[in-house]
Design a protein around this ligand. Structure first.
Ligand SMILES: *Cc1c(COP(=O)(O)O)cnc(C)c1O
Length: 375
C-alpha cells in the first residue's frame, strides 16, 4: 500500500470558479493565470477544465511549450516578459504575447527583423515599484515600441499592490488611467482581488467598473478556490470552491498523560490525558513546518488541531474532539489537511492564516512526492 498522502484536483470546482470569474469580468476577456505549474495544481491537470478561458498567462517558457503541446492554439502571455534576446525567437515560434516592463526588452525587440511579429503588453508601475515603467517614462516607452517594425499591437497593463486590502486600487487606477489617456490599445489591470472586489458584480457597485476591468482580466488564485484576501470567509462569500484537497490517514496513535510532551523540542504539553493521532504528512510533503499547535485539521469529518512541531514526514493531532464526536479516531482514520473530502471541508485559507501565510504558498508548495489524482 502506498503512503496514504494524496492531493486531489477537482475539475468541476475549477470550471465553477472560472464561470464565477467570467461573471465578475463582465464583457472583458479572461487570462487564466497558470504560473508556477497552475499554482501547484499541474498545468496538464487543469487545462481541460480551464480551456474555456480566452488565454493563459504564465512566466516560464517551458510552461508555454507545455500548453502548446496540449493543443492550445489561443493566446499565451508571458507575465514577466522575455528574460533575454533568445526568448524573442521562441515567442515568434510559439506565438507568445509578452510583457515589456524594462528598456532592455525594448532594445531586444529593436534587434528582431520579422515584421509585426510581437504582440506586447507594456507594463506601467502604478505604485507597486516591482515591474514596469514609471508614469513619467511610460509614454516615451510606448512611442518607441509603437515605432519598432518587429512590434504589432501594443496593449497596456498594470498590477495592483493593494487590491486585497483597505488601501484598495483608487490611487493606482488613477495613475494608470491618466498615463494611458488617449493612447490606443487594449488594457489589463485586474488580478483576482481587484476582479472580485471592484469588477462587474462588486458590492456595492463601482461606477468605474468598466475602466477597472479593461479588455482583459488576469485572475489566478480565485480559479483555484483560494481567497485573494487571505480570508476564508471571503472565498465562501464569493462562492469559490476549493480545487485542491490534501488528505492522508492516521498511521499511529498514542495515549498520553497530562503534562506529557509531543514531538521534537517537546513543543506541546498535554493539558490533560489525551489521545494523539500521528498523520502521514509533514514538511517534506509541503505542509508548513511553522504551523503552530492549534492549526486546524480535520479527522473523519471532525475539526481538530495540530499539536507539537510538524516533522518531515508526520505531524501529531489532538484526537479528543474526534472521540467526543463519536468517531473511532484510530489507525486508518481519514485526515484532511485542506480542501474537502467525503466527510468534511477545511478552507486552505484557514490553515494558511494559522501559519501566518497565504493559501497561494501552501498550494505552490505541495511536494512532487505527493501523488495527485483528479476528481
Ligand atoms: C500572479 C499574477 C496575477 C494573478 O494574481 P492572483 O492574485 O493570483 O489573482 C495577475 N497578474 C500578474 C502580473 C501576476 O503576476
Amino acid at each position: 500500500m502506498p503512503r496514504p498522502i494524496q492531493a486531489t484536483i477537482d475539475a468541476s470546482a475549477l470550471r465553477h470558479n472560472l464561470a464565477r470569474m467570467r461573471q465578475a469580468a463582465g464583457s472583458a476577456r479572461l487570462w487564466a493565470v497558470v504560473k508556477s505549474n497552475a499554482y501547484g495544481h499541474g498545468i496538464q491537470r487543469v487545462f481541460g477544465a480551464l480551456r474555456d478561458a480566452d488565454g493563459f498567462a504564465l512566466l516560464d517558457i517551458a510552461e508555454a511549450e507545455a500548453l502548446r503541446a496540449l493543443g492550445w492554439g489561443g493566446p499565451i502571455l508571458l507575465l514577466e516578459g522575455c528574460f533575454g534576446l533568445d526568448d524573442l525567437a521562441t515567442c515568434e515560434r510559439l506565438n507568445l504575447w509578452h510583457v515589456v516592463h524594462d528598456p532592455a526588452q525594448i532594445h531586444w525587440l529593436g534587434l528582431r527583423s520579422k515584421a509585426r511579429a510581437h504582440r506586447v503588453f507594456l507594463k506601467l508601475n502604478s505604485g507597486m515599484n516591482r515591474l514596469g515603467f514609471h508614469p513619467a517614462q511610460y509614454r516615451a516607452a510606448w512611442q518607441r515600441l509603437h515605432e519598432l517594425p518587429s512590434v504589432g499591437a501594443v496593449s497596456h497593463m498594470t498590477h495592483f499592490a493593494t487590491a486585497d486590502g483597505a488601501a484598495g486600487i483608487d490611487e493606482a487606477l488613477e495613475s494608470f488611467l491618466a498615463t494611458v489617456e488617449g493612447l490606443p490599445g487594449e488594457r489589463s489591470l485586474c488580478n483576482s482581488a481587484a476582479l472580485l472586489r471592484f469588477g462587474a458584480d462588486a458590492r456595492p457597485p463601482r461606477h468605474d467598473a468598466a475602466a477597472v476591468l479593461g479588455e482583459w482580466v488576469r485572475p489566478g488564485i480565485a480559479l483555484y478556490g483560494g481567497s485573494p484576501t487571505g480570508l476564508a470567509e471571503d472565498a465562501r462569500q464569493w462562492h469559490l470552491q476549493p480545487a485542491m484537497s490534501v488528505s492522508t490517514r492516521i498511521i499511529g496513535v498514542q495515549q498520553i498523560e497530562a503534562g506529557a510532551a509531543v514531538g521534537y523540542g517537546a513543543g506541546f504539553r498535554a493539558e490533560r490525558p489525551m489521545r494523539i493521532g500521528v498523520a502521514a504528512v509533514g514538511y517534506a510533503d509541503g505542509y508548513p513546518r511553522h504551523a503552530p499547535s492549534g492549526t486546524p485539521i480535520v479527522v473523519d469529518g471532525v475539526r481538530t488541531r495540530v499539536v507539537g512541531r510538524v516533522s518531515m514526514d508526520m505531524l501529531c493531532i489532538d484526537l479528543e474532539p474526534v472521540r467526543a464526536a463519536g468517531r473511532a479516531a484510530e489507525v486508518g482514520s481519514p485526515v484532511l489537511c485542506w480542501g474537502r473530502d467525503a466527510q468534511g471541508e477545511l478552507g486552505i485559507d484557514e490553515v494558511a492564516q494559522a501559519c501566518a501565510t497565504i493559501g497561494y504558498e501552501l498550494m505552490c508548495a505541495v511536494a512532487p512526492r505527493v501523488a495527485v489524482r483528479m476528481r
